[in-house]
Structures are given as structure tokens and as C-alpha cells.
Design a protein around this ligand. Structure first.
Ligand code: BGC
Ligand code: CA
Length: 371
């Protein structure tokens, strides 16, 4: 206390002027007490309420290759949710999203625009995974870190600068899981070998040529089936660029070529598996003459098809986990906090595991997604 009131006042009969002086003194005491109280309150609130500094203000620029891609458009929603979560935890965040309609040129311009708008971290889903140089140069010039996702740049490009990161999943793992799921189904359900020749006649629907997931998923699914002792006969293979309508067209051609000989359809993603099913539906093929279909992704439509038993199984491409990892990394890069707690592979890669989805566990994924 700065001031204290004497306990015993020696002047028992105070005069008017001494009374006024006393009043003045009381007012002063009151004033100082209030000032000190307010000062302490301000100090306390400054200590307890963390105010983000300007460096903690995240301006996130998200650029992705094409909004017509089912998996990607769902993943972008997850990413926005994850940044919202960070905002609820007290970080100041603005997110700007741009989609490039399949043109790398457009994406390069969009990234420039995002940088000009003040973004201090970039999340980039390249159109052409082999052509990130312009984006990397732009970002490096402005010292803005890039987190690439889903479409993995080649290793040499990732080495161009130390502020380049990648978040995704291991393509080989998804292929192995798809192969294991197909082998399990074939070995438990003998009718899948419809002509009972001891071999499974199969076709493959592949994603974009040059995408890290296309080639590897196909190879590892087929190799796994063989390793599990399934005899295979490859009838055909078609590229359908991850796209449902293109897959339907490719499948129509394959059916007209091989009629009812096809017993297994391996698709690099759910949308193409669904496109293949659309082809059979369009041709009114009876259920007993249908092949079995396997996808990858666990998109909403894919999960629904598994739950309804139309898609034998899929492999969950963990877009929620990947989005959470991107948001966490972005926040760490901006605030400089927590970067040492993130586990990287080769200092710049984060891979989230895939999960198998069949009719017996599909509801777990439904529940998680509150479908
Ligand atoms: C997904 C596909 C998607 C592609 C886009 C893959 O990982 O499985 O569904 O079309 O990424 O890059
Ligand atoms: Ca057969």
C-alpha cells in the first residue's frame, strides 16, 4: 500500500479545514487504490490472454489442381476445417483457396496472386507434379514456405530449397492393401472365379499417367495378389485420369472387348471403380455376371458403395489426417513453435497411413465422418 490511514486520530474534534483535508486525503487514497487495481488487472490479463504477434498472423494460400476431383474437393473442405480449429485455439488465420482447373500456367499465376495478397505460407497441390519450379522460385524470392500435398514433386525439386515440405501418403502401401483385400475376397469367395478356370481374369483402371499414385498402386496391388497365391490373367488396362466418366467409357470399351470374362476390376481410386460400375449398370448386366470391384480413397460416395455392398472394399486415404498435419506444420512454420516436435521423414516429408475399409468396418468411417 502506498498510503495508510492512522488508526487513532489524535484530533477528536476536527475543524472545518482539517475535515476538508481529511476528505481530500480519502479521495486521493481511493484514486490510488483504483489506479493500482486497474494496473494489476491489465498486467494479469496481458499474462493470461495470449495475443498473437504480427508474425503469428497466418495468411494461408491454398492452391489445388482441379475442383472436379472428388477426393481433392473433399480434402480441401477438411483443410478448411483444420484451419478453423487452429483459429478456435487462438491463432489469427485467413485462408485463401484457388483452384487451377487443370492448368499449371493458371496455378503459377494464382500462387503469384496469393503471394501479392500477403500470404505467409502456401499449401500447394500441383497440377503438374514435375513442374513446380516457377512456384518454388516465387516462394523463395519472398521467403514463403511451401507445403506441397497429394501430388508429390520429384525428389530433386524438393531439394531446391529447405523450406519445401510434402504431406501425403505412401502409394505403395495403398496398393499392397488393395491387393490384400482382393486376395482375401478371392480366397474366401470361390464364385469370383466365375468360369472356374483357377485364374482371375482382371482389368485395371489407372489414374493420370505420371502421378506417383497411379503406377505404384497398380504394381503393388498386382504383385501382392500374386504373392498371396492368386493366379491372374490380365485382360486389359486403361487410363481414366482418376475420373468417373472417363472410367465408365474405358470400361464400356473393355466390356465390349471381353464380354463377361472380366472377373475383377482393380481401380486406382474410388471414382474410377464407381465409373466401372456405372458402365455395367448402363449395359444392364445381371448381378451374377458382375465382376468384383476394388477402389482406393474412401470418399463419401466410395464409402456408401462399400456399405451397400456394390464396391467390395476400398483403402482409406486419410484426408483428415493429412489436412491436420498440413495445418499443424503451417502453424509451426509461422509461429516458429513446435516445429521440432513434428516427425518428418528425410526432414521434409510427412506420410499418413492408409487403412483398409470393408463392409464390416465401413461404419467406423461413416461414424467418424458423421455421414
Ligand atoms: C487420389 C485420387 C485423386 C488424386 C489426385 C490420389 O491420391 O487417390 O482420388 O484423384 O490423388 O491427385
Ligand atoms: Ca477365372
Amino acid at each position: 500500500m502506498l498510503h495508510s490511514i492512522p488508526k487513532n486520530n489524535p484530533n477528536k474534534h476536527p475543524t472545518k479545514s482539517s475535515h476538508r483535508a481529511k476528505q481530500k486525503e480519502l479521495i486521493m487514497i481511493h484514486f490510488f487504490t483504483c489506479t493500482i487495481f486497474i494496473f494489476w488487472m491489465l498486467l494479469l490479463s496481458a499474462c493470461t490472454n495470449y495475443q498473437p504477434s504480427s508474425a503469428d498472423r497466418m495468411q494461408v494460400g491454398v492452391a489445388y489442381y482441379n475442383q472436379s476431383d472428388t477426393f481433392l474437393s473433399q480434402m480441401i473442405e477438411c483443410l478448411k476445417d483444420q484451419f478453423d480449429n487452429l483459429a478456435n485455439e487462438g491463432l489469427e488465420i485467413t485462408v485463401m483457396v484457388r483452384e487451377a482447373a487443370g492448368s499449371q500456367r493458371t496455378q503459377d499465376d494464382q500462387v503469384k496472386e496469393l503471394i501479392d495478397a500477403g500470404c505467409n505460407v502456401l499449401c500447394v497441390n500441383l497440377v503438374d507434379r514435375a513442374d513446380p519450379s516457377e512456384i518454388i522460385d516465387l516462394a523463395r524470392e519472398h521467403n514463403i514456405p511451401i507445403i506441397f500435398f497429394n501430388r508429390e514433386p520429384v525428389a530433386e525439386d524438393m531439394m531446391q530449397w529447405d523450406k519445401l515440405y510434402y504431406v501425403g501418403a505412401d502409394a505403395n502401401q495403398s496398393g499392397v492393401m488393395q491387393g490384400e483385400l482382393a486376395a482375401g475376397a478371392i480366397q474366401t469367395c470361390r464364385q469370383i472365379d466365375r468360369n472356374q478356370d483357377g485364374k482371375i481374369q482382371y482389368v485395371v483402371l489407372e489414374g493420370e499417367a505420371g502421378h506417383q499414385d497411379s503406377i505404384i498402386r497398380t504394381e503393388s496391388a498386382v504383385n501382392t495378389l500374386k504373392q498371396k497365391g492368386v493366379s491372374l490373367e490380365k485382360l486389359s488396362c486403361g487410363i481414366a485420369n482418376w475420373n468417373r466418366a472417363q472410367a465408365q467409357n474405358r470400361m464400356m470399351q473393355m466390356i465390349s472387348q471381353h464380354q463377361n470374362r472380366i472377373e475383377l476390376v482393380l481401380a486406382n481410386n474410388d471414382d474410377m471403380a464407381l465409373g466401372a460400375m456405372d458402365a455395367y449398370k448402363k449395359l444392364n448386366v445381371t448381378e451374377s455376371a458382375l465382376p468384383v470391384f476394388f477402389g482406393i480413397d474412401g470418399t463419401d460416395v466410395g464409402l456408401k458403395a462399400v456399405a451397400e455392398g456394390r464396391l467390395s472394399a476400398t483403402v482409406y486415404n486419410d484426408k483428415e489426417g493429412q489436412s491436420a498435419a498440413i495445418a499443424k506444420l503451417a502453424a509451426a512454420l509461422i509461429t516458429g513453435q513446435g516445429l521440432n516436435k513434428i516427425e518428418f521423414e528425410n526432414q521434409k516429408y510427412i506420410y499418413l497411413p492408409y487403412k483398409k475399409v470393408t463392409g464390416s468396418n465401413v461404419y467406423v468411417f461413416y461414424k467418424e465422418k458423421e455421414l
